[in-house]
Design a protein around this ligand. Structure first.
Ligand code: UDP
Length: 325
């Protein structure tokens, strides 16, 4: 009997890649998704339970039906800019949805929970490398909502024994190298797909959000991690919980920061085309630098990201040219 894992947001970008990694590892990923931002065509590796995290009964029904060994919780609103204009939605959907899901897990006897958190929980910390011990001081509602869920998981762990692995993602990029799944957001807001759209002429130019940050070239520094490497970490996190190793937080990044200008330079080389850009204002809520200290994930999970920035751009480029959904 294969083991099932309920994957909320499994029709979304990172969730779909995690479903592929789970299926490869012998699990059956059951995608729980309302398809508000995900794509039915991305659900290729297991069944789809179309449902909403605001609907506690629907979550319980899915858990009762599939009896998963764990839940992986990806479904969330995840745009820093939106979270600054409409913070209420972020608190309602992200925090309210997670609470419904956690309570449903307890009611249905699911005791393992893998959670997608973010480096946006750290805020702006003046050039330090961010690891699991760094104090969290979010500067946008997105980061605040994810931090609240981390704290919620701590509370439910202490009171009800819920075991959780929390992954704080840095900037996830790229696409499945085999082209089965990839990134599609509508509207798109992320740097690499927007940049590739500009290269292809699907948009006039990439706007660089701020050139006056306190970084070497004035643009924001981010730690980009390949979505396939990130997905692989989730399988390791699941095994960690199944091995009874207890609740743990892991940061997932490569440890190398690239500025927006450096990403553009790499794209020029990888695509061998010009990248049209215009310089624009800062985007509200952006931290100057977010770079990951990933020693814990490497040492304890045995996770080693294998794909660098050029592979991320190359795989995203291939996906954007022939994308399946
Ligand atoms: N960025 C940019 N222009 C864009 C989109 C993003 O200059 O059109 C910058 C953004 O300010 C940040 C980096 O690219 O410094 C990564 O942004 P993205 O939205 O991809 O991810 P986030 O850091 O918000 O998770």
């Amino acid at each position: 009997m294969p083991e099932h894992v309920l994957v909320t947001g499994g029709a979304g970008y990172i969730g779909a890649h995690a479903c592929k990694a789970l299926a490869r590892a012998g699990y059956v990923p059951v995608c729980f998704d309302n398809l508000s931002t995900g794509w039915e065509a991305a659900v290729k590796f297991g069944p789809l339970e179309r449902g909403d995290l605001m609907d506690a009964a629907a979550i319980r029904a899915a858990l009762a039906r599939w009896k998963p060994v764990a839940v992986m919780h990806f479904a969330a609103l995840s745009l820093v800019g939106d979270s600054m204009t409409d913070p209420g939605r972020y608190w309602r959907v992200n925090v309210g949805g997670a609470l419904n899901l956690i309570e449903a897990c307890l009611a249905e006897g699911v005791g393992r929970f893998v959670f997608s958190s973010t480096c946006a929980t750290y805020g702006d910390q003046d050039g330090v490398v961010l690891d699991e011990e760094t104090p969290q001081r979010p500067i946008n509602a997105y980061g605040a909502s994810k931090l609240a869920i981390e704290q919620m998981l701590g509370n439910f762990g202490a009171s009800h024994g819920l075991q959780s692995v929390i992954f704080r993602y840095f900037n996830v990029a790229g696409a499945d190298p085999e082209g089965e799944v990839g990134e599609r957001h509508e509207p798109e807001t992320h740097l690499i797909p927007l940049m590739l759209d500009a290269v292809e002429g699907k948009r006039a130019a990439l706007t660089v959000f701020g050139s006056d940050y306190a970084t070497a070239d004035g643009t924001c520094l981010r730690d980009y991690v390949h979505v396939t490497d990130l997905a692989e970490a989730h399988v390791r996190g699941l095994r960690w919980l199944q091995d009874g190793r207890g609740s743990r937080v892991f940061c997932l990044g490569t440890g190398t920061g690239y500025s927006v200008r450096e990403v553009i330079d790499h794209a020029r080389v990888v695509t061998n085309r010009a990248v049209p850009i215009v310089e624009g204002a800062r985007r509200a809520g952006d931290a100057a630098a977010l770079v990951c200290g990933s020693a814990r994930a490497r040492e304890e999970l045995g996770w080693a990201p294998e794909r660098g920035l050029d592979a991320m751009i190359r795989d995203a480029w291939r996906w954007s040219q022939g994308r399946g959904f």
